[in-house]
Design a protein around this ligand. Sequence first.
Ligand code: SAM
Ligand code: ZN
Length: 295
Amino acid sequence: MPSSPPPPLRCPLCGGQLALRSLAGEGARPALRCGAGHSFDAARQGYYNLLVGKGTVFEADSADMVAARFDFLEAGHYRPLADAVSDAVLARVQAGKPFTVLDSGTGTGHYLRVVLDDVKRVTDACTAVALDISKFALRRAARRNPEAISLACDVWQELPVADDAVDVVTVIFAPRNAAEFARVLNHDGRLVVVTPRAGHLASLASLTGMLSIEDQKDARLAESLAPYFLPEATRDVDIRLALTRDEMADLAFMGPAGHHLDRGALAAKLDTLEPLDEVEALFRITVFRPAGRPA
Ligand SMILES: C[S@@+](CC[C@H](N)C(=O)[O-])C[C@H]1O[C@@H](n2cnc3c(N)ncnc32)[C@H](O)[C@@H]1O
Ligand SMILES: [Zn+2]
């Protein structure tokens, strides 16, 4: 049985190969080190901070937003989506063969958990790398997926991942850096992207002040990934949700609207409403292959 390949990481400072070192001594945390001596210690919660230099200016998800996402996802509402993402990944896994997956914008690591459980039934030799810029998200992700390497980094910068090293990149409601995804994927790799479709959570959005989802045309998604990727397959996943008021609040709060919603005010407003038992969550999974390569 082949063992899992080491995580294909490269140093954000010098580009050298980063290797995992377990330090001797009580209480010593593992570290990622390159040949030039750059070293990145694991945070107490198990992730590695590879953020260097000036990052993208943006508003990170708050601890409360991440907690809302964690509670909502762990209750299993989006399980059919997680299973469908996992199917798309499994299509690239061969029994007993080494397999490397990168989950970019992993959030709480919920979808990666489902993927890893499924992949491990096909091969033991699975290596997983999870990226996010939010330390609140990574704390959860590192705990949820201890067998993955969870890294704090900015997807809009060069990724701390080696060239041609990854079999599948998954990007679930997270930013897409096409050039970097193309660089890290191997010649037969695939990019699996999940986006919401027009009308996603529309009945809840109108009640809670969530941002409504515009028609994210396939052409626009493909354009954002060109010239690096070509769409290969799509699958739609529709989930009808019956929600308690708490779940409505979590769902409103876990997305971009969480940046400007006040949780207390939202809860007070929802208390005056009947719980919704027919909210439609509408997703599209698109699989892309690197452009210019044979199908
Ligand atoms: C809507 S959440 C989705 C999280 C997860 N994929 C899920 O579906 O549960 C978007 C994630 O992308 C991360 N993110 C946003 N901008 C980022 C960046 N520039 N670099 C890395 N991660 C980023 C956020 O911190 C957040 O965890
Ligand atoms: Zn280095």
